[in-house]
Design a protein around this ligand. Structure first.
Ligand SMILES: [Zn+2]
Length: 251
C-alpha cells in the first residue's frame, strides 16, 4: 500500500551502516515509524529530507505493520535552529511532545500545524523561545484532550479576580473565596489567566497574537509546564536538557 503525505521528522536513529529509522508526524496518519533505506549514504537523495526536524513530502509504502520511505522531498529544513542551542533544545522538546501526545494512525493536521508554526517562529526569532514553549505545550495538551476548564471559578462561577488559582491536577480554576487549601494550587494574575484562556480557546490564526510582560511570561511558563508534567506523569528528557542549558527560564 502506498501513502503520499507530508510530515515532520520528530525522531531519527541510525540503523546499520547506511540506513535510518525515522519517526514522522504525518498530516494524514499521525505519528508513524518508517525505515529509510540508505538514507545516511552520501549518495542518498533522501538524506536531508529524512533528518531530524525536516518537514518533507513523503511517499511511503506499508507492508504489514512496517512503513518504508520510498521518496522524500524536503520542504523546510529549519536549519536556523541548529545554530541556536536554546532554540534547538526547545525544538527537540516539541518533538518529544508530539511523540507523547500526537495521534497515531489517525489524522494529525492540527498538531502538525501547531508544531510547524512554532518551529517557524522559533527559527525566525519572531517570538521569545519561552513564549513559544508555553504556547505549544499548553495548546498541545488542549488538542490531546487535556483541555483545562478555564471558563470561571469552579465553585461559584466568578469569571476573574486580581488573583485566581489554578489546580493543575483537576485542571480547574478557583476564586480566592472558593480556593481549597491545597499546596498544588498556582496563583494566576489577570494577564496570565487571560493568556491561558487565549491559548486554550483562540482560533489558530490568532494563537500567537498576544503580549505578556517578562514576569507574566515566566509565570505563564511555570503554569503550563506544571500542568504538562502533572497531567502527563511523564519525564521529558528534552525538557530536562532545556532547563540544564537555560536555568534562568526555570525559575
Ligand atoms: Zn469562587
Amino acid at each position: 500500500m502506498k501513502l503520499s503525505t507530508d510530515g515532520l521528522i520528530i525522531k531519527e536513529s541510525h540503523y546499520g551502516e547506511h540506513d535510518r529509522i525515522v519517526t514522522i508526524l504525518t498530516r494524514d496518519r499521525g505519528v508513524l515509524r518508517a525505515f529509510a533505506h540508505g538514507a545516511r549514504s552520501l549518495k542518498s537523495k533522501n538524506g536531508s529530507a529524512t533528518s531530524l526536524l525536516c518537514y518533507s513530502r513523503f511517499v511511503l509504502s506499508k507492508t504489514k505493520d512496517t512503513y518504508r520511505v520510498d521518496e522524500a522531498e524536503a520542504q523546510e529544513l529549519f536549519f536556523a535552529l541548529r545554530g541556536d542551542v536554546e532554540a534547538f533544545a526547545i525544538a527537540q522538546f516539541f518533538c518529544e511532545l508530539c511523540l507523547c501526545f500526537a495521534p497515531t494512525e489517525a489524522p494529525a493536521e492540527a498538531v502538525l500545524r501547531l508544531v510547524l508554526n512554532s518551529l517557524s517562529f522559533l527559527a525566525s526569532h519572531r517570538r521569545p523561545p519561552a513564549f513559544l514553549k508555553a504556547v505549544t505545550e499548553f495548546r498541545m495538551l488542549t488538542l490531546a484532550g487535556y483541555m483545562p476548564d478555564l471558563v470561571a471559578c469552579s465553585g461559584c462561577g466568578t469569571y476573574e479576580a486580581d488573583v485566581m488559582y489554578f489546580d493543575p491536577l483537576e485542571g480547574v480554576l478557583f476564586c480566592p473565596d472558593c480556593k481549597p487549601t491545597q499546596e498544588r494550587l498556582l496563583p494566576l494574575s489577570r494577564d496570565v489567566l487571560a493568556a491561558m484562556r487565549h491559548i486554550t480557546f483562540s482560533d489558530f490564526a490568532k494563537l500567537y497574537q498576544f503580549q505578556l510582560s517578562d514576569d507574566g511570561l515566566r509565570a505563564l511558563a511555570r503554569v503550563t509546564e506544571t500542568y504538562l508534567l502533572t497531567q502527563s506523569e511523564h519525564r521529558f528528557s528534552t525538557l530536562e536538557f532545556y532547563h540544564s542549558i537555560c536555568p534562568e527560564e526555570s525559575t
